[in-house]
Design a protein around this ligand. Structure first.
Ligand SMILES: *Cc1c(COP(=O)(O)O)cnc(C)c1O
Length: 379
């Protein structure tokens, strides 16, 4: 007798669709028979600079230790993070990417009887981990693509245990200033945990932004999560972390895998924290690239969502799928966000100046050829 294993999976998992990552360069190269070097990927908000030289040197030095388990407490990295952000090591929980931390938080605090609040168009992982646990996800309608913090506060019920806020948000790039975040936190009951996901905080400059860590003392129910995958340029090494009260960190520590961050990731993250010039360059390349894309979109008459991250969502309307296909044919990978309920937008990560140019030219070509096909049909 054959067994329906699907029906054996826990309920939330049965209905789960897996996370859709950006298409890897090698995959497109295989599909189209292209040279991988001719392809540009602006699909996963990766740092276009490549890793910091300090990271390469540090990783090289660690290779001889690969037979050993990593430091499960991440002593050095926690020291470096503590010094940089003015917290104590016992407030830090390390993860295999911040994705891991988000999942550990959900597993520690959410259960099938509870509700988890997040915004429409928010980072997909919130809904995914909520559903995997069997908790009820409450998706609050967005306001101009951003989190409607008032509506989110109002969505908190007796059953709510967790609220996810992405600031800036992915895939929209929308951001709230410190005052709005503080006012929001003040409205959330102390027994409801708020996760402030600051994956892109390193890109924020000015804008009345207050970092979540400075709010921890006033709001002990707050957990701030961050990552080395974006501005710090370590997406492949998988390291992220949360900063919270030591009490909450202690709980997270019970559930996380004891060796969830490998030794290369620990070494690399520690090394890059001391490379301030890498961070400066990352910001600068991003600021300039953002301007480059915005002005190109304006010239093409395309709407976009102003973004505080290292990516931008541009509205190409009903053609988004066709535009995406035509971009892929030209060796340019961006991210369709139909899965986020934004079928007319494409999310484009900010690349190096020449990558941005290549994307802009490819986009113009794609739109021209679709317009030509359309008018041909009409004639
Ligand atoms: C990229 C991203 C993350 C996490 O990335 P990791 O590589 O798992 O650290 C978390 N939150 C948001 C909003 C992101 O865009």
């Amino acid at each position: 007798m054959s067994i329906d294993y699907q029906s054996l999976a826990v309920k939330g998992v049965q209905a789960l669709s897996p996370y859709q990552p950006g298409k890897p360069i090698d995959e497109l190269a295989r599909e189209l028979g292209l040279d991988p070097d001719s392809i540009i990927k602006l699909a996963s908000n990766e740092n276009p600079l490549g890793p910091s030289p300090k990271v390469l040197a540090a990783v090289q030095k660690t290779l001889g230790e690969l037979c050993r388990y990593p430091d499960g407490n991440g002593f050095e990295l926690k020291q470096a993070l503590s010094a940089r952000y003015g917290v104590v090591p016992s407030q830090i929980t390390l993860g295999n990417g911040s994705n891991d931390v988000l999942e550990v938080i959900a597993r520690c605090f959410a259960d099938p009887a509870c509700e988890v609040v997040f915004s429409q168009y928010a980072f997909a992982i919130y809904a995914l981990v909520t559903q995997a646990i069997g908790a009820t996800g409450v998706s609050v309608p967005a306001k101009e693509y951003g989190h409607d913090l008032n509506a989110m506060a109002e969505a908190v019920t007796d059953r709510t245990k967790l609220v996810f806020v992405a600031n800036p948000n992915n895939p929209t790039g929308t951001v709230h200033g410190g005052e709005a975040i503080e006012a929001f936190l003040a409205r959330i009951p102390a027994h409801v945990l708020v996760v402030l996901d600051e994956a892109y905080c390193e890109y924020l400059q000015g804008m009345g932004y207050v970092d979540g860590v400075s709010l921890l003392e006033r709001f002990p129910n707050l957990i701030v999560t961050r990552t080395f995958s974006k501005a710090w340029g370590l997406a492949s090494l998988r390291v992220g972390y949360s900063i919270s009260s030591p009490e909450i960190a202690n709980i997270l520590n019970r559930v996380r895998q004891p060796f969830n961050v490998d030794s290369l990731a620990l070494t690399a993250a520690t090394a890059v924290l001391s490379d301030e010039s890498y961070l400066q360059r990352s910001r600068q390349v991003n600021t300039e690239g953002m301007k480059q894309l915005e002005s190109a979109f304006e010239q093409m008459g395309l709407n976009y969502i102003p973004s505080a991250g290292n990516f931008i969502a541009v509205d190409v309307g009903d053609w988004a799928n066709d535009v995406n296909r035509l971009l892929l044919d030209q060796g340019v990978i961006v991210r369709p966000v139909g899965g986020y309920g934004m079928p007319g937008h494409l999310r484009v990560s900010i690349g190096l100046p020449e990558e941005n140019d290549r994307f802009i030219e490819s986009l113009a070509r794609a739109l021209d050829s679709l317009a030509a096909a359309e008018s041909g049909k009409g004639a």
